[in-house]
Ligand binder design. Structure first.
Ligand SMILES: Cc1cc2nc3c(=O)[nH]c(=O)nc-3n(C[C@H](O)[C@H](O)[C@H](O)COP(=O)(O)OP(=O)(O)OC[C@H]3O[C@@H](n4cnc5c(N)ncnc54)[C@H](O)[C@@H]3O)c2cc1C
Length: 291
């Protein structure tokens, strides 16, 4: 199907883009990688008057590691940039694990992490990863910049917390306060598919004890699920088998899967439990080997 008719603008600066969104009065949409927006237009699920293409704005295609360990991902950093990053391996195991699992190589060449957060698809992988890592989004509008924790930014299925005249300029992953470990596991029917279920786990440890943990779930609810009780069960002690089993049970309870063509609700809940155990056991085993 052809998209409905729209006006197209390709601003060269953020201020110009924000001005266009403001003047659009809620009938304008940002175009980043277009990997979700263009299908929505073609299916006529969205019909904006104006597309504001931000691809011509210089300086948004970065991902960088600050000296303190904070990671910043600009609005035009593609999934493929993160997949082939030389910064992430060894420093950011959760993002490094997720990047090659997003869609297929063609989508990864154009789609962006920030666009994925903005799209807020319950089956979007990055929202779980950034939630588990306690990340936030920096939004810029006519009044300046503000910071929104990603757990609040993704405000519902296909809904985000941006005002109509704001652009998400970067996603920020805070520096870990200890040694960071974890990963991302995704069950898909075939390579390139959206998740049947996905689990992101991030664990920060110092002196053998977990100081912070994050667990977030993909594709098992009407929105990304921040499994805070499961994560909290890990904090304050070592990663023992009992704690791992408790966290896995709590994560499975937090999941709200529906039976569909990808599998039954029970099956998906069991996948969540299995993935949490697998990811945390891997972390615990690597610690034992290093000791
Ligand atoms: C075949 C296929 C398979 C896919 N499989 C997966 C998968 O397995 N896992 C997965 O997570 N995703 C998957 N996707 C989605 C893909 O990852 C998209 O790239 C991503 O969801 C959106 O990023 P984008 O840059 O393409 O955003 P766009 O499509 O350009 O925009 C998406 C939405 O976000 C808004 N937006 C984008 N950037 C900004 C910004 N900086 N500020 C404000 N608003 C913004 C747009 O207005 C639009 O509403 C798949 C897509 C396709 C086509």
């Amino acid at each position: 199907m052809y998209p409905p008719r729209f006006r197209y603008e390709a601003p060269r600066s953020l201020d110009e883009a924000i001005g266009l969104l403001h003047d659009g009065g809620g009938e304008a949409k940002v175009l980043a990688g277009g990997q979700s927006l263009i299908p929505l237009l073609k299916l006529r699920f969205a019909s904006p008057d104006l597309l504001v293409d931000i691809n011509g704005i210089a300086g948004l295609d970065y991902h960088q590691l600050d000296p303190d360990g904070t990671i910043r991902v600009g609005a035009l950093c593609r999934h493929a940039d993160l997949e082939h990053s030389t910064l992430l391996p060894g420093k950011q195991p959760v993002m490094a694990a997720a990047a090659p699992l997003i869609a297929d190589p063609i989508v990864r060449n154009r789609g962006t992490l920030v666009g994925s957060l903005c799209h807020a698809d319950p089956q979007g992988d990055w929202a779980s990863v950034v939630t588990a890592l306690g990340g936030h989004v920096v939004a810029q509008g006519p009044g300046g910049r503000r910071t929104i924790p990603v757990a609040d930014f993704v405000s519902g299925p296909f809904q985000n917390a941006l005002a109509y005249d704001e652009i998400a300029v970067e996603a920020v992953i805070p520096a870990p306060r200890g040694e960071l470990a974890g990963g991302y596991l995704k069950l898909e029917r075939r390579v390139g598919d959206f998740a049947t279920a996905g689990v992101a786990v991030a664990v920060e440890r110092s002196g053998g004890s977990v100081s912070r943990a994050g667990i977030a779930l993909t594709g098992v609810g009407s929105s990304t699920i921040n499994a805070t009780d499961a994560a909290q069960a890990l904090v304050g002690g070592a990663l023992s088998a009992d704690r791992i089993a408790q966290a896995a049970d709590l994560a499975a309870q937090a999941a709200q899967p529906r039976t569909d063509h990808r599998g039954s609700a029970d099956f998906k809940r069991q996948i969540v439990r299995t993935f949490v155990v697998r990811l945390l056991t891997r972390v615990a085993d690597s610690e034992e080997k290093a000791a």
